[in-house]
Design a protein around this ligand. Structure first.
Ligand SMILES: Nc1ncnc2c1ncn2[C@@H]1O[C@H](COP(=O)(O)OP(=O)(O)OP(=O)(O)O)[C@@H](O)[C@H]1O
Length: 557
């Protein structure tokens, strides 16, 4: 309650009302608060991101918590904003039911930003669409001369307009990033510039060349019988691999529950048996790329902390398999890069295999590369999360999720730091649907359940002490000036860059890590030609053909 109001008469503007702090406050005897005059306006300046939108169901709990914190008077964050029994949504609904009009106006003002932004985005998108469509050639329907039929003109989609449309979606800026990366690579002598002429130089050693035709910088030659045979084999193997990768999600291939198929022996039609002397199919991934999965080690070779993590997981599995019902294992394995987290996962997987329980384990990571390192699948695939804004799960997807998750009891997510809180909530929601569990948890609840934490400390990959020092500081957000200076010496375009011979090991096998799709595509293209040049191999380029439910896409799709 206000106290200590000053009523002394003074010249000039009347003094603002002053209020003492409550007794017990550390400043109670030395300071006072000034009550602002009725017409005083304070413009709050919020640091950080703007408030969450109120119409996004995934963000709504965050919106309610933020609005309560902003508008409801509180002294103690933990107790004053909501009752322990309430969630943020119901606490906010209670608050709103008695909130004055002024408060509701503030709430509308905050939401106004999101409405303006959504409207601006809609407008930009439709302007871009109009431009793209305007850029398309207008063709008369059925090729009939359209004189006098202006009203019947319509934009016809052709392969060319589609290619133009795709090209128009590439921003020049992204293209520049890619080209500059190649230029930087040429300065560093990673590429010598001859890669673009590669196809002009190759002379097939074991092919019967029928004809060669120059087309720009690439030479095109007629295919040989062997090329064709290889191509068909690759196609076959890729189809097989795709099916092998996705059997569980494809209910047509899920036979676990069909007793009729148990123990069936299927005879292969003799024509389908691969000929022993046919051309071999070898993926680069077998030996030459970083996407090869990590191998397990003998558990006795695990480092002390790795073994602790391994022991916790395997003991839990053993208890489950013994028919006990141990509490769910919510576990985090922390550790700076290179401390062997993935290796521990792979070694624990071996135990699942050894116990005949591999089908109970799902391994996953946010990106395909990270997932392939542990023989897992992407988090989007295992939870059937599409990039669409519409987050509803169709009945068909529910069925597939339930078929997929039916026997899985353990989920391992590698590189979990890539997963945002909102994505984790979506993951949790869809997996709950798959496991047919009620009560969808929100992100915070999920985080709070992870009470078993093992931190790996021994560095297994990085031996360079300077880099190790940098990684340790980076991980806890304490990068120093000396680290920045060190990083600058690694920038290829910096004249003071430490000279590196990229033509000899280990640097001739170094991978480029880039967050930009365009850089990675252009780089891969040039690197592939360099590889072909060195290996004296022909590069066959096959365009992927997308399908929807097994059917080829129509032009409009
Ligand atoms: N116990 C071990 N014995 C032998 N090699 C190991 C062992 N543990 C890890 N390694 C090796 O150390 C390297 C780093 O291991 P790993 O990829 O598992 O680390 P990580 O902590 O998952 O790294 P990141 O966070 O970058 O993914 C790998 O080459 C792995 O084979």
């Amino acid at each position: 309650m206000p106290s200590g109001i000053h009523n002394r008469k003074r010249r000039g503007r009347p003094c603002h009302i002053r209020v003492r702090y409550l007794p017990g406050h550390p400043k109670a005897h030395t300071k006072q608060r000034i009550v602002r005059a009725a017409n005083h306006h304070t413009l709050p300046n919020f640091i950080g991101r703007y408030f969450a939108p109120r119409d996004d169901p995934d963000e709504y709990p965050m919106y309610c918590a933020s609005m309560l914190m902003l508008l409801k008077p509180w002294r103690c964050l933990e107790t004053d904003l909501k009752q322990p029994s309430q969630n943020w949504e119901s606490a906010f609904a209670d608050f709103l039911s008695t909130a004055p009009v002024e408060t509701k106006k503030i709430l509308s003002g905050i939401q106004y930003f999101h409405e303006c932004r959504a409207s601006a985005m809609r407008q930009t998108m439709s302007v871009e669409m109009v431009h793209t469509l305007e850029g398309m050639e207008l063709l008369p329907e059925d090729g009939v001369n359209d004189e006098g039929h202006e009203g019947e003109r319509q934009a016809m989609l052709t392969e060319e307009t589609l290619t133009d449309l795709v090209a128009s979606q590439q921003t020049t800026r992204e293209e520049w990033h890619g080209l500059l990366a190649i230029e930087a690579a040429k300065i560093a002598k990673i590429f010598d510039g001859s890669e673009s002429d590669l196809w002009n130089n190759i002379v097939g050693s074991n092919t019967t060349e029928i004809g060669t035709m120059q087309l720009g910088m690439h030479s095109v030659r007629m295919t040989t019988a062997e090329n064709l045979r290889n191509l068909l084999l690759w196609k076959e193997q890729m189809t097989e691999d795709v099916q092998k990768q996705n059997p569980a999600m494809d209910t047509a291939h899920t036979t676990l529950d069909n007793p009729a198929t148990h123990g069936d022996v299927e005879m292969m039609p003799s024509g389908e048996v691969p000929k022993p002397n046919s051309a071999t199919v070898r993926y680069l991934g077998d030996t030459e790329t970083s996407e090869e999965s990590l191998t397990a080690v003998d558990p006795t070779s695990l480092r002390y902390d790795q073994f602790r993590a391994y022991d916790i997981i395997t003991a839990h599995l053993d208890a489950t398999l013994a028919g006990q019902v141990p509490p769910p294992l919510r576990m985090l394995i922390h550790g700076e890069p290179g401390t062997g987290k993935s290796k521990a996962i792979q070694t624990a997987t071996e135990h699942f295999i050894h116990r005949g329980a591999r089908f109970m384990l799902q391994k996953s990571a946010y990106t395909g590369i990270a997932a392939s390192l542990i023989d897992g699948k992407t988090t989007h695939t295992i939870a059937m999360i599409s990039p669409r804004k519409d987050q509803s799960v169709s009945a068909e997807s529910k069925g597939k999720l339930q078929a997929h998750w039916k026997h899985i009891q353990y989920l391992v997510i590698d590189e979990v730091s890539m997963i945002s809180k909102s994505f984790l909530a979506k993951l949790s929601r869809n997996i709950s649907i798959g496991k047919m569990e009620d009560g969808i948890q929100t992100s915070r609840t999920i985080f709070e359940e992870f009470t078993t934490v093992v931190t790996l400390k021994e560095q297994m990959r990085v031996t360079d002490p300077v880099w190790q020092d940098f990684l340790q500081h980076l991980r806890v957000g304490q990068v120093q000036e000396r680290h920045i200076a060190m990083l600058w010496t690694l920038v290829l375009t910096n004249p003071k860059c430490v000279e590196t011979d990229f033509s000899s090991p280990p640097w001739n096998n170094a991978s480029l890590v880039t967050p930009r799709h365009r850089v990675h595509r252009i780089w891969n293209d040039v690197a592939l030609r360099k590889h072909g040049q060195e290996a004296q191999s022909i590069i066959l380029e096959c365009q992927a053909e997308d399908t929807i439910k097994g059917q080829p896409l129509t032009l409009r799709e």
